[in-house]
Ligand binder design. Structure first.
Ligand code: ADP
Ligand code: ADP
Length: 226
């Protein structure tokens, strides 16, 4: 399980830009949370602090009661998918998905099992031997999702993962990501500037503006009281 607790989180970048102000949020196990708001409102910064890719300037972040502030990204039970899925072009789909586990010295048989399981869930089994350039945009994004879920992490972070896809595929992938979230049993946070995406995907939405949380609630609560 994974319950996340963010208490009075601030982020001030080195250039003295304060990107996040007093961010407070309790996330329940297996919730699907969406951070939504205009570009520059602090969504990515918050997500990156949770992943450990940015230092937390002030406040505390806990997973299951354990303080995470000084824990290295690789020692956090977290997987992350980015907007630019940045697959290694010279590697096969299989190797792209296996790479992170190889770095962590996971036994070969275990890697094979997890890559094949993930490929099956994401319906990319037929493409395991292909290079990324021989895939469509949607298939590439599935590989990026697969590369994240093979870690079996209990926290799943996604930063605008669908924004490079065309409108039709984006709609289709929304429900696929929800199914994936349920299947892997993770606690998920999804960042988007798209209100429809937030409304259709979230258990709870966190609306951000100018580095502050403006509203937190279920989609109905948010969009009936704008
Ligand atoms: P988005 O708005 O989609 O989150 P941006 O285009 O604002 O992304 O930022 C892309 C990258 O540039 C991120 O890694 C972000 O941390 C970095 N970045 C954004 N703004 C600044 C800035 N003022 N100075 C330095 N780096 C920045
Ligand atoms: P969002 O994800 O909502 O688009 P970000 O978290 O990327 O917002 O950015 C929040 C604010 O922090 C913006 O003003 C952005 O320019 C600034 N920012 C982001 N990354 C950096 C960085 N690496 N250095 C300095 N400022 C940054």
């Amino acid at each position: 399980m994974a319950e996340l607790s963010l208490k009075h989180i601030d982020k001030v970048y080195d250039n003295n830009v304060q990107a996040v102000f007093d961010f407070n949020l309790e996330i329940k196990d297996k919730e699907f949370i969406v951070f939504v708001g205009p570009s520059g409102c602090g969504k990515s910064t918050t997500l990156r602090m949770i992943a450990g890719l940015e230092d937390i300037t002030a406040g505390e972040f806990y997973i299951d009661g354990k303080l995470m502030n000084d824990i290295e990204p690789k020692d956090r039970d977290i997987a992350m998918v980015f907007q630019s899925y940045a697959l290694y072009p010279h590697m096969s789909v299989y190797d792209n998905m296996a790479f992170g586990l190889q770095l962590r010295k996971t036994p070969k048989e275990e890697i094979d099992k997890r890559v094949r399981e993930a490929a099956k869930i994401l319906e990319i089994e037929p493409y395991l031997d292909r290079k990324p350039k021989a895939l469509s945009g949607g298939q590439r994004q599935r590989v990026a999702l697969g590369r994240a879920i093979v870690r079996n992490a209990k926290v799943f972070l996604m930063d605008e993962p669908l924004s490079n896809l065309d409108a039709k595929l984006r709609v289709q992938m929304r429900s696929e990501i929800i199914k994936l979230h349920e299947r892997i049993g993770a606690t998920s946070i999804y960042v988007t500037h798209d209100q429809t995406e937030a409304m259709t995907m979230a258990d709870r939405i966190v609306v951000m503006k100018g580095g502050y949380i403006q509203q937190i609630g279920a989609p109905k609560e948010i969009y009936n009281n704008p």
